[in-house]
Design a protein around this ligand. Structure first.
Ligand code: ADP
Length: 465
């Protein structure tokens, strides 16, 4: 996306544009990186949870097989001598240490659990008495070091095994002895985790693929988010640049006028009283213009820094409207314009805010109305009340504003007719200040205008209860 943000008059220069592009790239990279790490951690957590759940299930299965076998053996066996007489139905696949089997060995054991488990009966000294089920190569026959063990065969395949002690059968005539009987063997039951490892490998691949897919989506999303995040910064940076350039330009005009006047006077061999008067009046006029401009700039920056008024009081808008009309009466008279006030509310309508600033807001609007209305015209200040809002309408029968200019006139330093505005000494800050003041009071300013017919500026301010 290009940085075409429709700036009013000026664009950010190329190196600065590069700086914004770099920042946008960095921001996008950070977004993508952080999202990548979060997704990777989530994937890892999911993988660990799946692996753990399966491991617990398989261990539980091994334990239940081992318990069932132990209970069955407990009834018939008291020592290794009896292994030979063990019913082939109980462990059909059982072979003794000297390779004598209870039944001829089959290629695949008949019982399903014998197909995936190895069963060993080991003496307390670590000698193998008998074995059944699968015969993994390389798993040592020793005294089990713990109840649960993870062991590996020759092909590095891993197994979980559980070891349970076998005790001699207690004869019902003798009854339970006071001392615990010695165990005569360990029953070791183990299971291969090959199928589980294969399953986990497929889960790993799926998570990795999912992660890559998610990153492929996250990358453009990050770029888009970075663009969104940088856009207001870019916009306000451009506005500041524009504002600085415009302010410098506005300040330069009266300064240049003073400079030119002084230089021309200095070139004169002697200065008559009339020349001195002229020079001083030019300097005085330009100086006034400079002071107005500087105080307007100061007010704007104050409103930017402190958008909400510090000194707030309950201001009666009816009084404000009458005061403005009174102050502007002389100007209206001078311009031969009829200035009228139409209060359509009760005598007191209060707004909570800074009276001085609210006065300035209305003064700017009425001053504009009188400035841009020709002789014989009419300017009316109307006050209405609507839905807990005080509406102040400044209507004139002046030059009007073209529809495409109506939104721009609220921008700082924007003037429809620059040459004409300069003549009047206006700098294009009046409406910007009025808007900032209205916003500071949680209000709005709108305009409706028809070129050649006049304009109406509507200020809406919330009424304080
Ligand atoms: P300025 O100080 O030049 O009057 P403003 O910000 O007050 O600046 O106004 C911006 C521009 O909006 C003016 O230059 C003028 O062209 C236009 N404007 C403002 N008020 C009116 C009005 N009542 N009638 C016609 N044009 C107006």
């Amino acid at each position: 996306m290009a940085w075409d943000i429709g700036l009013p008059r000026r664009r950010v220069s190329k190196p600065q544009n590069q700086l914004f592009q770099q920042s946008r790239f960095r921001l996008a990279a950070w977004y993508a990186g952080v999202m990548g790490v979060i997704l990777a951690l989530l994937g890892l957590g999911m993988y660990r949870a799946i692996a753990h759940a399966h491991e617990v299930t398989i261990d539980r299965e091994i334990k239940s097989v081992a318990d069932a076998l132990k209970n069955a053996l407990k009834v018939t066996l008291s020592d290794e001598q009896q292994l030979e007489q063990l019913s082939p139905q109980l462990l059909p696949d059982l072979c003794l240490a000297d390779n004598r089997c209870l039944e001829p060995r089959q290629q695949t054991p008949s019982s399903p659990y014998l197909q995936s488990y190895y069963i060993r009966i080991i003496s307390p000294t670590g000698e193998l008495f008998a074995t059944a089920g699968t015969r993994p190569q390389g798993i040592p026959v020793t005294v089990p070091a713990a109840t649960w063990q993870t062991v590996r065969d020759d092909s590095n395949q891993h197994y979980h095994q559980v070891a349970l002690k076998l005790y001699p059968t207690v004869s019902p005539e003798i009854g339970p002895t006071a001392t615990e009987p010695e165990s005569w063997a360990y029953l070791v039951v183990g299971r291969s985790f090959q199928d589980f490892d294969e399953y986990l490998a497929s889960v790993r691949w799926r998570i990795l693929l999912g992660l890559l897919l998610a990153l492929a989506l996250v990358a453009p999303a990050s770029w888009w988010l970075a663009t969104l995040a940088m856009h207001p910064i870019y916009l306000s940076y451009s506005r500041i640049q524009q504002f600085t350039a415009d302010a410098a330009h506005e300040l330069r005009t009266p300064l240049a006028a003073i400079q030119a006047t002084v230089e021309s006077v200095l070139r004169l061999p002697h200065l008559s009283e009339a020349d001195a008067q002229d020079t001083l009046s030019v300097i005085h006029r330009q100086n006034l213009r400079l002071s107005t401009l500087v105080s307007n700039l100061l007010l704007l920056s104050k409103l930017d820094i402190q958008p909400y008024p510090v000194k707030q009081t309950h201001c009666n808008v009816v009084d404000l409207v009458h005061d403005i009309a009174e102050e502007m009466a002389a100007f209206a008279l001078q311009k031969k314009i009829h200035l009228a006030v139409d209060v359509q509310t009760e005598p007191t309508v209060t707004v909570f805010g800074d009276e001085e600033n609210l006065y300035r807001l209305l003064l700017n609007l009425v001053n504009n109305a009188l400035t841009y209305t020709p002789e014989g015209g009419q300017v009316t200040l109307t006050l209405q009340k609507q839905h807990q809002q005080a509406l102040i309408l400044v209507t004139d029968t002046g030059v009007g504003i073209a529809p495409d200019e109506q939104a721009k006139i609220f921008d700082r330093f924007y003037r429809v007719d620059t040459a004409r505005s300069r003549q009047t000494g206006n700098s294009g800050l009046g409406l910007a200040i009025a808007t900032a003041i209205a916003h500071a009071h949680r209000g709005t300013i709108t305009v409706s205008s028809r070129p050649g017919q006049g304009s109406t500026f509507i200020v809406s301010l919330p009424i304080s209860s």
